[in-house]
Design a binder for this molecule. Sequence first.
Ligand code: SF4
Length: 334
Amino acid sequence: MANATSTSSDLGREEIRQYLVAPSCDELLARAEGVRRKCVGDTVFIRGLVEFSNWCARNCLYCGLRRDNRALKRYRMSRAEILQAVRALAEKGIHSVVLQSGDDLSYSRETICGLLNDIKRDHPPMAVTLSIGERPMDDYQAFRDAGADRYLLKHETASPELYEKMHPGQSFRQRMEILRRLRELGYQVGVGGMVGLPGQTLNDLASDILFIQEFQPDMAGIGPFLPQADTPLHDQSAGSEALTLRMLALARIVTKNAHLPATTALASLDPVGGLLAGLRAGCNVIMISGTPAMYCIDYKIYDKRARVSLEVARDAISAAGRIMSLERGDSLKK
Ligand code: SF4
């Protein structure tokens, strides 16, 4: 392995595997910290997350929003409710919003474009990320034309076999094609995956890092697999926080300057401590909840999900000795 002060970014499969299994992660974290300091600095950007619908047409085995989960109380926020949630974030001075939902095609292309138009009219400095899953290809162009700045479409796992096992009826190839298309359209593109999926191997995790290294996303969200009681994977063990932190550190090293959120999944294991550990592993973004409390409770992608507030984010950032920013935090890769 390279020494702790190296910031060389290209890693091979074997080196990644060694970092994942090494008895101590001190060298890896020190290397990631060096890259983080040099390439993204001390700023931690805040994103406001508005989860506007928990309906989903897909049936991903790990996710509580899956179509076949009849135990979940479903909700869809109206256009007025979404705009109110965005306004509440803007009033806190936050300049970056992530609009997220299951794959819910009941929000038509026109509806999403109308929302984007309204947000850009009412809050011109606000950066808008869409995280609304797989749509007809033409939608991505329309959303971009209507002002969407970023698109988050997690690749979930870079193993095609594991991807298709976890996502019945979905194609890994299609996922990759969409990611390429999003980039062509000029979006700042986010990917991401889970650590500790049942059946996932160290080789699969190494493939995730190699994919991130090759694709060079503008953002990458990596969190532990956390089981949800009403899914087929309800009795599986959660992914390891320690392994997740190693994956984040590796993502920092291979991307250098991508935005890496300390994910809500980490915060769900330990609110301030999980975020702090993520920041120390190379993260530079925290997503806070902008979803109204009455809906947030039903956005059950996994159980015991934390509701990260601006105050919790501020505490973690302060404990890490870093600087909080409510600005847009555009991609550093442009
Ligand atoms: S992971 Fe996304 S696409 Fe899959 S069921 Fe959950 S919300 Fe739907």
